[in-house]
Write a new protein. Sequence first.
Length: 525
Amino acid sequence: MAQTRRQFLHQVGITGGAGVLYSTMGALGLTTAAETPAFAAPTRNELNGRGRKHVVILGAGIAGLTSAYELGKAGYKVTLLEARQRPGGRNWTVRGGTEEKDLHGNTQRAGFSKGQYLNAGPGRIPQHHVTLDYCRELGVAIEPFVNQNADAYLYREGSTSLSGKAIRHRTAKADVYGYVSELLAKATDQGALDSLLTATDKEALIGFLGSFGAIGNKTAGFAYTGTGRRGYEVEPGAGLEGGTTASPYPLADVFASGVGNYFSFEFGWDQAMMMFQPVGGMDRISYAFERAIGREKFVYGAKVLGLRNTSSGVSVVYSTGTHPRELKADYAINTLPPHIAATVPSNLPADIVSALQYARPGNAGKIGIEYGRRWWELDHRIYGGITNSNLDLVNMWYPSTGFHGERGTMVGYYNTGANATAYGALSPAARFQRAVAQGTKIHGEMYGKDILASFSVDWAGTEYSRGSWVGWPSQTDGVYAKLLDPTGNIYFAGDHLSHAIAWQHGAMVSARASVSALHSKVMSR
Ligand code: PHE
């Protein structure tokens, strides 16, 4: 009797384990290509009977934590040297009482209420990232992060009839999709695409455009005349109230305003809903790692002053403030940001130091503003999501949690590059003033009221990070690739050594790759 596909997969799953099931599904075309990368964590059994190797890990950010966690599970001895007084690196949740002095000399102390926080670094996790696997494994509770909300705003300054207006995403989408569909349906129907499409193709395309853009039929000239998708001036209601929609914005203004230019953000591989955040702050991940690894393995406040390959292993010189100490170990995993790693005195060969210097650190900034009234819910009926603008604040995030609570903390700006650096150059008080002035353009006077606290971060101006994430001039010209192999007994790891830069996932998969390579070397001896 012929096996059903399900029976076959079930059998493969039983005999071969989940990994085999997965690759079989892939071979059958049942999954998409880019699934979570395979990782066989080293196990304690494999190490049995071998001398216990000691690995010193530079940096207790996500790459360092992942490395220590996986090595520790397998029975390696690990020591983490971390310059900050906390785990996580850029995974940083600012709460009431958090104090930070930046490289510009500003000291901020967050005055957020209990339960309120700003994820100053990572704030969102896509479904396919291994970050969620670690949340599951470490018992970190997660909740949805609202990365897209039809009722959040798009705001564009300019000189069209849409400029300087807060327009709901749904309204902008209705008009952009509507006009694009009208134009394409007309062009198709008039024969402009006859060299590309058969009569059947044309019919199918016009059929699609009818529902995609909510346009009229051929008799109606495929006209887009607006729809309830835009939202209502008078909402549909009880009895005879059918609702009133406003007319679409003029076609030329819709495109000239650029109001559609942010739609593609949510198409991104890493930015599409569903997305998640840990309940209580992103740093729940870092502290869960710290607990699982064992607090006694961490040396906080430890600045690395030197790193050397030796004939038998590695030597690290570090200081916690008083006198320098030397730590000898069998191996090192260096997870420092590359531009910082390049400044540590070492006996690394010159081409490796140049490879570290090849990374270009960028900048990002955020401000958390705590309000004593959730006006975005009460006055705008916005429950989470992102308002995007062409102002220098760029993005604002409404909280994805605490709905209908008394307070809430908005991300008043999340920007990168020159915008981030412009805000970063200001004093924290001036950043706040500017954020409020800009945000008021979008939300009105309410934006400056009922404010309880604020805290801003400028990643380029933050010690031990000195940037948000790096870019490489190339990841294929051989320079970057030098850091993927160990140099003697020194391995490198971090999101910068992945194709998921600026994601915790990148740090985790890079750490896993280095742990696997290190373990193979140990096993081969
Ligand atoms: N991961 C970061 C974020 O989600 C940076 C990033 C932005 C990465 C956009 C890719 C795309 O904000």
